[in-house]
Ligand binder design. Structure first.
Ligand code: R5P
Length: 301
């Protein structure tokens, strides 16, 4: 027997509920609890035997809690004889731990990949993995979807004339160039030096931004420090105070709203890879359920 069923993790039940009807699959009720000592307890409340179980669980903050819950759900599906276990982690926590920065450090993205595989996941669907090499940390198929088609369609009507697409660091330059090509315009990059996990210092803008509006593209906004620094560098380089920001993952850690309350920022667009309830930051949220549903449908029944 085959057929998809959606398993909603507690990290983003709303996204699971959006994907279910789009792929024509029922959402299996799940009980997630804590034992008195704090240990996790999960239970699937309906059978998944012989089915393709699609667990929807972005491993966003609190990352460790959501990651362990994903592992528990995958193990539960496997032990309940699911035919395949597909993890949908639109936001993949620890993605920034994609290499060692010094001696005696772990590679957290690689560790997370090994744990997910060991728990029984047979296919992973993610969105805009921070670094393409993360796919290589897995030995199972990984679909790394790009949200920039849908993000760009949402931003397009608000783009200023003569816009330049800006990458806030070298890591996003390929993306900025792709988006610039799509818009038949130029790309620029801000050379950034990271001082610590929470602080980075932009040094200079490479590319022509003088008297032009800008679209900054990035994979995530966490503290807002990268974007705020990028805006500052662009204005110092003579860009017009007409700057839009498009990022895949809106984490908006505490303080991000204040850092991004800048008159030059005319709008912020993010997707709903993470739940947005309680985020005070003014922004436009672009739904990604249709994109994920398309990828799930392509896996077959
Ligand atoms: C960095 O390599 C990433 O692509 C983002 O630019 C960064 O993680 C954003 O974090 P924050 O908002 O804390 O500066």
């Amino acid at each position: 027997m085959s057929g998809l069923v959606i398993i909603p993790g507690s990290a983003h039940a709303g996204l699971a509920a959006d994907i279910g009807p789009l792929v024509g699959a029922p959402v299996v009720p799940v009980q997630v609890d804590r034992f008195p000592d704090g240990e996790l307890s999960v239970r699937l409340l309906e059978a998944v035997r012989g089915r393709a179980a699609v667990i929807v669980q972005p491993t966003g903050p609190p990352v460790d809690t959501h990651l362990v819950e994903l592992l528990a759900l995958a193990d539960a599906c496997r032990r309940a004889a699911a035919d395949r276990v597909i993890a949908v982690t639109p936001y993949f926590g620890y993605a920034r731990g994609d290499r060692r920065h010094g001696r005696r450090e772990p590679i957290m993205a690689s560790l997370a990949a090994r744990l997910i595989e060991a728990a029984g996941v047979t296919h992973l669907i993610a969105l805009d993995l921070h670094a393409p090499q993360i796919e290589g940390f897995f030995h199972i198929p990984v679909d790394d979807l790009s949200p920039f088609g849908v993000l760009l369609e949402a931003v397009r009507p608000s783009l200023p004339d003569d816009v330049v697409v800006v990458s806030p660091d070298l890591g996003r330059l390929a993306l900025a160039t792709r988006v610039a090509d799509e818009l038949h315009t130029d790309a620029a990059v801000v050379h950034k030096r990271r001082l610590s996990g929470a602080e980075s210092r932009p040094l200079q803008v490479i590319g022509d931004v003088r008297d032009r509006g800008c679209l900054i593209v990035d994979d995530m906004i966490t503290t807002g420090g990268t974007i705020a620094g990028c805006v500052d560098a662009l204005l110092r380089a003579g860009a017009r105070a007409e700057i839009l920001v498009a990022a895949t993952h809106g984490l908006f850690a505490s303080g991000a709203e204040d850092r991004l309350r800048l008159p030059a920022i005319r709008g912020v667009w993010v997707t709903d890879t993470l739940p947005h309830a309680g985020v005070g930051m003014p922004r436009t949220v672009v739904p990604i359920a249709p994109l994920i549903a398309e990828a799930v449908r392509r896996l077959g029944p």
